[in-house]
Design a protein around this ligand. Structure first.
Ligand code: SAM
Ligand code: SF4
Length: 326
């Protein structure tokens, strides 16, 4: 079966945020004082998530990304990953801040996790502290090396911010020269939990100009279907560079994603406010068929792009990204 939306786009990729909790306070994602976490019983249980993924695989979902908040803050994460690894998905990926991941790296490899996206916005310990407001740089770097040494495909996500880490952009890009990792530069979005508007100084074009000035031989690669990153190769580099126009939203025309928040809100676009709560539907005793019908209905009314989705919102887009999953 294939999940086709009202614009003819096939939806194959589920992003499941397993918790809204986080042990960092990244400037671009959360206010310094943190956010009000939802009560534990409001989070989807592992069993509920397994049921949902099973149902969505039946509908045509092929790839899964586990995200958060910080996924490894959730107790027994490996038990959950082991459960979802048996559900017939083609790929399971994880996005993490890398502060708690280190002990699990060998198990992730053994389980066949396809790739890990590691958030790292600077290679300066001081700036790491300024951005994340936590003293965890060393742990993240150790995780980075463990992932590379274990041979798990690794992508580094850097949110580029004027005056915070823009000076680190080239040094971060050079990680892909030395190591077989992709380094992806992300436009800052307004999902910071504080209502601060992201005055986007570093848009995708400026990021590209900076890379091009430093690496004149940079060469755009063909875009994979559904990809959000425009990917570039640089001769002599072990990995690729990528630019994700998350604020400019240049990739919506081929979007293949469906999101489920930690509380079970279905979002058919990163910029929408939530279409319906599938946890409530499950807890009210809905059958698998009813779950499927509800998802199909949501997919059949998808906004054509992130601008349309944002326009339809009741509240301004400013909730913390940790409540959506990225
Ligand atoms: N805690 C994990 C982490 O940081 O990787 C997983 C969740 S985090 C919300 C997922 C991704 O969203 C990260 O790569 C992070 O850099 C990105 N992100 C968070 N807030 C953002 C914002 N305001 N603009 C752009 N990207 C953001
Ligand atoms: Fe936590 Fe990830 Fe948000 Fe940073 S980006 S505060 S690590 S959820």
């Amino acid at each position: 079966m294939a999940l086709i939306d009202n614009h003819g786009r096939e939806v194959t990729y589920l992003r499941l945020a397993v918790t809204d909790r986080c042990n960092l306070r990244c400037f671009y994602c959360m206010p310094e004082e943190g956010i009000d976490y939802v009560k534990r019983k409001e989070l989807l249980s592992y069993e509920e998530m397994v049921r949902l993924v099973t149902t969505l695989v039946d509908l045509g979902i092929k790839k899964l990304r586990i995200t958060g908040g910080e996924p490894f803050l959730r107790k027994d994460m490996m038990r959950f990953l082991t459960m979802v690894s048996t559900l017939g998905l083609e790929q399971i990926n994880i996005t993490t801040n890398g502060t708690l991941t280190l002990p699990y790296v060998p198990k992730l490899k053994k389980l066949g996790i396809h790739s890990v996206n590691l958030s790292l916005d600077t290679l300066s310990e001081d700036r790491f502290f300024q951005i994340t407001r936590r003293d965890s740089f060393e742990k993240v770097i150790k995780t980075f090396h463990a992932l590379v040494d274990t041979g798990i495909r690794t992508k580094i996500n850097m949110v580029v911010m004027e005056g915070k880490n823009d000076l680190d952009l080239i040094e971060m890009a050079r990680l892909a020269k030395k190591y077989p990792v992709d380094v992806r530069f992300i436009e800052e979005m307004p999902f910071n939990g504080s209502g601060r508007s992201s005055d986007l100084v570093w848009n995708h074009m400026r990021i590209f100009d900076k890379l091009k000035a430093e690496f004149p031989d940079i060469n755009r690669k063909e875009m994979k279907p559904g990809a959000t990153a425009v990917t570039y190769e640089v001769p002599g580099f072990a990995g690729d560079l990528g630019i994700i126009a998350a604020y400019s939203r240049t990739f919506c025309g081929t979007c293949n994603r469906l999101r489920i928040t930690p509380q079970g809100m279905i979002r058919t676009c990163l910029y929408d406010e939530g279409i319906f709560n599938i946890r409530d539907l499950m807890r009210s005793g809905a059958s698998d068929l009813q779950l499927k019908e509800a998802v199909l209905q949501a997919i059949g009314q998808r906004a054509k792009d992130g601008f349309e989705a944002e326009k339809l919102r009741f509240n301004q887009a400013s909730e913390s990204m940790s409540t959506i999953g990225g």
